[in-house]
Design a protein. Structure first.
Length: 191
């Protein structure tokens, strides 16, 4: 079966991961696409569950052999990407692929898969609210938060490249709106 693809992107702190977790627990035929990354696992992250953790050398070999749908080198030797075999694995399971990706990755995936994919941008209610959420997480130092807020402003400028923009002012409302969009999309007849 060739399923569909659901792309969820957002600036850091907009609530993307919470919405993705909600979708995965909602009973829809969605399966999370595990990305490949060259960074080391953080905290309790597990290889093959949170990411496929690869060395920079292994990652580059897989790029050269055409194993990635899309990939990006964020910083020197810090790469992230989507393996073709991951999408095939999910489709073989009879599910639709659910992506939790950065904004540029979301745009690339939508451009690659076109009408077979829905792209949803999770918009924070404001930059000030986003900054407040990042501070309340307590996971980043002030300079890192400042960097994330600046990047968020840039990413918000790309929101128009997505099929839908969902403002996450109240999480439950944003979850319901995204669920409805995804349900409508995955229930459409394939053309």
């Amino acid at each position: 079966m060739k399923g569909k693809l659901v792309i969820i992107s957002a600036p850091s702190g907009a609530g993307k991961t919470s919405i993705v977790r909600y979708l995965l627990s909602s009973g829809m035929k969605l399966e999370f696409s595990v990305s490949a990354a060259t960074r080391a696992p953080r905290g309790a992250e597990k290889d093959g569950v949170d990411y496929y953790f690869l060395s920079a050398e292994e990652f580059r070999k897989r790029v050269e052999s055409g194993e990635f749908v899309e990939w990006e080198e964020v910083y020197n030797d810090q790469m992230y990407g989507t393996l073709k075999c991951e999408i095939d694995r999910i489709w073989k399971n009879g599910n639709h692929v659910l992506f939790d990706v950065d904004v540029k990755g979301g745009i690339r995936l939508k451009n690659i898969f076109g009408a077979d994919a829905i792209s949803i941008f999770i918009m924070p209610p404001s930059i000030a609210e986003l900054e407040k959420r990042l501070v309340s997480r307590g996971t980043d130092k002030p300079e890192k938060i400042k960097m994330r807020v600046a990047k968020a402003a840039e990413e918000i400028g790309l929101a128009g490249e997505f099929d839908y923009i969902v403002v996450n002012n109240y999480l439950e409302e944003a979850e319901a709106e995204v669920r409805d969009l995804v349900t409508d999309f995955t229930n459409e007849e394939s053309q």
